[in-house]
Write a protein that binds this ligand. Structure first.
Ligand code: AMO
Length: 428
């Protein structure tokens, strides 16, 4: 017999064959219940003393939570069952028993703390709340790609092994590569630029690594970035694209993940967008009693922006050159400008993205590398790529975990990373 998913079983009148996990069991002596779950939902399986065959009735009292079982039986109306129907089992078989006690509570009422849940993430992934987070994250990633692929962007795959830094030398993980020393990519930055300078518009989701030593609730040492890069364009155009892409993603999450949002007790609204220059932001924050750094916003400043502009993605543009990486174009392509064509995007009190127009002029790029204490020689193929017909181009990157954290209002980014890597965690 073919396996039926639980959600489809409710439509059937004949015998069905289900496979799934034991969510919970209850023994009322004369009646025994099993709540069976699979990826599509849950169903109540009811055994009745004297009616259900004795072997099956006995087994209903001996099932460990999270064991994998298969059940055959027929549906019957039952007003007390959560779905209005229950399954009367003909047979139950254990496919894979879960050892008891479980190392964590994966039930709907689990109070297990995050570190222990992460130590046992394989089991934490059985919980409906954790599954809800990753089903939403699946929509975020898929809709990000969909949005840009539909617009004709090329879905490209930059390398993860690199020979020189793109985001600053201190955050690199070194690795041995035959007789050479290499680094794990901090960003697809240099490659997405080369792709944009030939294929025009590109999109990617790719893992990146940052060797930042500090443990925070918003940083991981391995995260995944959703990046775009566009040729023949400027920072304003790519910002507008970000606003529309995020609005599309949030709309899709609202439509496709209604059940998951209910599990997480969240009501989402499609965000508005707002544009402020760095100078305007600084002034506004100071008027509201929040000081910011010369070249950067603080966490407190990001929170204040959310208070001032709730449910809004605030694009802070015209960022000071000193606060941006070497590849960001000076304002109006003026080599002496103090401000840049770089920006950050702040949403629900946190930075979710940065980007800007890039330097496509080799001589200026060399100057900027030197100004950032980097050796242009280490970037020869990258600089050279702009000597053979490189159009002006711009792009940005949104961390998928950071975006999920912000959207789902989670206090710790590790909640929204399936298998987080931080200073202390590389297992499981
Ligand atoms: P940036 O370094 O600002 O820019 O990163 C872009 C976005 O990636 C996410 N992110 C992180 N998420 C979790 N843990 C981290 N350690 C971490 N680091 C970054 C954030 C951040 O806003 N190449 C440029 C982007 C560009 O100009 O296109 C870059 O990587 O959401």
């Amino acid at each position: 017999m073919q396996r039926t998913l639980i959600k489809d079983a409710f439509k059937k009148t004949n015998t069905v064959f289900l496979k799934g996990w034991v969510h919970e069991t209850r023994d009322l002596k004369k009646v025994r219940f099993l709540i069976l779950k699979d990826k599509s939902g849950r169903i109540q399986v009811t055994g009745i003393d004297g009616k259900t065959n004795p072997e099956t009735f006995e087994l209903l009292d001996n099932l460990n939570r999270e064991s994998v079982v298969q059940v055959t039986g027929a549906l019957k109306k039952c007003e007390q069952a959560p779905s209005g129907e229950e399954l009367i089992p003909d047979s139950i078989e254990i496919i894979a028993e879960a050892k008891n006690p479980l190392p964590i509570d994966a039930s709907d009422y689990s109070k297990t703390e995050l570190p222990l849940r992460l130590d046992n993430r394989f089991l934490d992934l059985h919980s409906v709340r954790t599954q809800a987070i990753f089903k939403i994250q699946s929509t975020i990633g898929a809709e990000f790609l969909n949005y840009f692929i539909k617009k004709g962007f090329t879905y490209a795959h930059p390398p993860s092994i690199i020979s020189a830094s793109s985001e600053g030398g201190t955050e690199l993980f070194k690795a041995k590569y035959f007789e050479k020393e290499v680094f794990l990519a901090q960003s697809p930055q240099l490659y997405k630029q080369m792709i944009a300078c030939s294929m025009e518009n590109m999109v990617t989701i790719t893992p990146v690594w940052r060797a930042e030593k500090h443990n925070t609730t918003r940083h991981l040492n391995e995260c995944r970035q959703m990046d775009i890069e566009m040729a023949f364009t400027d920072s304003k155009t790519v910002l507008e694209e970000m606003g529309k892409a995020i609005q599309h993603i949030v709309k899709q999450v609202i439509e496709k993940n209604a059940e998951e949002l209910e599990v997480l007790k969240l009501k989402l609204k499609i965000p508005k967008t707002k544009y402020l220059t760095f100078t305007e932001t600084k002034k506004l924050l100071e008027e509201n009693g929040v000081k910011i750094l010369e070249n950067d916003l603080t966490g407190e400043a990001e929170k204040k922006l959310n208070e001032l502009f709730p449910n809004t993605i605030t694009f802070v543009t015209d960022w000071p050159m000193k606060g941006k990486p070497f590849y960001i174009m000076p304002k109006n392509e003026d080599p002496n400008a103090e401000l840049s064509e770089g920006f950050d995007a702040i949403y629900k009190g946190m930075e979710i993205s940065s980007g800007g127009q890039r330097i496509h002029i080799p001589e200026l790029l060399e100057k900027r590398l030197e100004a950032n204490d980097l050796n242009p020689k280490d970037f020869t193929p990258y600089i050279d790529s702009f000597r053979f017909g490189a159009p002006p181009h711009a792009g940005w990157s949104i961390g998928i975990e950071r975006f999920t954290q912000v959207l789902l209002e989670m206090s710790n980014i590790r909640e929204v990373c399936m298998f987080p890597r931080d200073r202390d965690r590389i297992m499981p």
